[in-house]
Design a protein around this ligand. Sequence first.
Ligand SMILES: Nc1ccn([C@@H]2O[C@H](COP(=O)(O)OP(=O)(O)OP(=O)(O)O)[C@@H](O)[C@H]2O)c(=O)n1
Ligand SMILES: C[C@](O)(CO)[C@H](O)COP(=O)(O)O
Length: 237
Amino acid sequence: MNDPDQTKLTTGCIAAVLPAAGSGQRFGRDRNKLFATLCGKPIWFHAASRLAARPEVGRIVMAISEQDEADFRGPFAELVNELRIELVRGGDQRSDSVRAGLDAVAEDPSIEMIAIHDAARPLVRDADLAAVFAKAAETGAAILAAPITATLKRALGDGNASLTVDRSELYSALTPQVFRVDVLRRAYDRHRGRPATDDAQLVERIGHPVALVHGSADNIKITHPEDLRIAEAILAR
Ligand SMILES: Nc1ccn([C@@H]2O[C@H](COP(=O)(O)OP(=O)(O)OP(=O)(O)O)[C@@H](O)[C@H]2O)c(=O)n1
Ligand SMILES: C[C@](O)(CO)[C@H](O)COP(=O)(O)O
């Protein structure tokens, strides 16, 4: 565990970037899945408010789609203002949305690190946020990750055969993914659109190590409709 005195983070030194511009295809609704209500509030609000509650977070930038802009500046405006969220236009890929958030904060001298957190992950724990922030302050790059607990199989050919994969060194990447500004800036300056499903992959590509911080498995991403029911059950505990 980190020595709490070793990585003292100053108040407001982190900018949170929440990509929220996806189309939610796997969720199967005609509106952004992030608008679905979880215990009375939209999913995106739960995610943003958990970041906003941390003293290290000085700015929150959320990347939204053009088609969702009217919702965020209309019915959701009060919630957006409550958390002092800055809205930027996201893009076709998740990395385009993150880049828009990075561009909005990278020149701010008060910001030392950027925490990228899926707006689709409403249940991230405060203790996990503190731990990944501290590790990123120490190393320049750290992500929450959950050890794999299931037995993993690799499908062979048409799926009628499979092989077991050694899971001992495997983790499921979560968010936030937290980086020193210069590290993330270099990673995105080198990014020319080669597919990447998370930001850590872009940082790996510039040769910067990314530390893994054990994250709670209940930091789920709302992807399919059943994930919303799981999240409701977790909050109801
Ligand atoms: N072009 C994109 C794609 C995704 N995201 C965001 O990245 C997070 C994780 O993406 P995912 O869960 O895959 O959301 P969607 O892309 O909307 O889902 P789907 O793949 O089912 O369409 C979400 O908060 C989503 O809004 C984004 O900001 N911009
Ligand atoms: C960033 C992420 O949540 C880490 O697991 C994941 O890669 C997002 O993938 P998605 O396909 O954009 O949901």
